[in-house]
Design a protein around this ligand. Structure first.
Ligand SMILES: [Zn+2]
Ligand SMILES: [Zn+2]
Length: 306
């Protein structure tokens, strides 16, 4: 098979639009879609900073490398790479090493935060998770540190590496649960409550498989370890459903997101970002206490024992 765009041998077939592409044209097709998404969702000018949440996995590294090719000294837009060390021995240190090295080789500002600032590590939290999964605590603490560091860096936006698969699964999951509020908060964010840095997803239109392929074909370094605490039961159920739909009718993942995009203005109107409360820790929250403080209390009580 030949590439649809040049005489080279095709290395990729994209079922959802029936095209065959060589490595080079495949990579530029990925970059083109990322650029389009970025242009659509954010407004930046010379001197602005964009925070980039990077774990060292394939998606966040692909995102960082493409954002670096878009934003650089030429247009005067600064990238601040932000990583969080959750305290997972054997898993996080090697991935952070990849991120650090990539940033220093490519002249990207690197900022790191750590769960140890809150007096804990995921290695100590995981055995005490109780009725929640370790991911529940990890996600809440990680988002707090990410947002805080993005704010400190003066970032106008925070980019995260969620791809088309992640987001179409999240849309389906919240839709099936009838959780419209969470669906509204999924973003990308046009409006957020004060104190939160608006998030956007540069890889939103890139299927997971293409993100991996891009990383391999463009020699983007990444860490492919699996978190020892990852309990994917529910998420996997939706992964199977969405993959099954895509298999039977190619393009389903895209149509899930485009249906969601058409619903977004309505959802945002019905569930505007509330500025209902401020927690005693100073962070915005729903109600009187934020999730971080609530979870820290629970965990401290468990550590202290009955
Ligand atoms: Zn080609
Ligand atoms: Zn709080």
């Amino acid at each position: 098979m030949r590439c649809d765009l040049c005489p080279s041998e095709a290395s990729v077939y994209l079922r959802y639009n029936g095209t065959h592409l060589c490595s080079e044209h495949f990579c530029s097709y990925v970059e083109k879609r990322v650029k389009k998404e970025v242009r659509k969702e954010i407004d930046v000018f010379r001197g602005d900073t964009i925070g980039v949440a990077v774990s060292g996995g394939k998606d966040s590294m692909v995102m960082l490398s493409i954002l670096r090719s878009i934003f650089n000294e030429r247009n005067g837009i600064n990238l601040a790479c932000i990583s969080v060390d959750e305290g997972i021995a054997g898993y996080r240190p090697p991935s952070l090493e990849i991120v650090r090295r990539y940033c220093s080789e490519n002249g990207i500002e690197y900022r790191q935060r750590s769960f140890s600032e809150m007096g804990l590590t995921m290695d100590s939290v995981a055995p005490m998770s109780g009725e929640n999964t370790p991911c529940t605590y990890c996600g809440v603490f990680r988002r707090r540190l990410m947002n805080d560091e993005a704010r400190k860096a003066g970032a106008k936006y925070l980019a995260t590496g969620h791809n088309l698969d992640d987001l179409s699964q999240s849309v389906m999951m919240n839709f099936v649960r009838g959780d419209l509020e969470r669906l509204a908060r999924l973003g990308p964010h046009a409006k957020v409550r004060p104190g939160l840095v608006p998030r956007f997803y540069p890889l939103r239109m890139i299927p997971e498989r293409e993100s991996l392929l891009y990383a391999m074909l463009s020699d983007v370094p990444f860490w492919d370890g699996v978190c020892p605490y990852w309990e994917a039961a529910l998420r996997n159920e939706y992964r199977d459903i969405v993959d099954g739909l895509e298999d039977r009718s190619p393009g389903s993942k895209y149509s899930i997101l485009s249906a969601y995009d058409r619903m977004r203005p309505m959802l945002a109107g019905e569930h505007p970002p509330s500025d209902s409360g401020t927690c005693s820790c100073g962070e915005p929250c729903n109600g009187r206490r934020c999730k971080v403080c609530e979870y820290l209390d629970v965990l401290r009580k468990r550590i202290a024992g009955p």
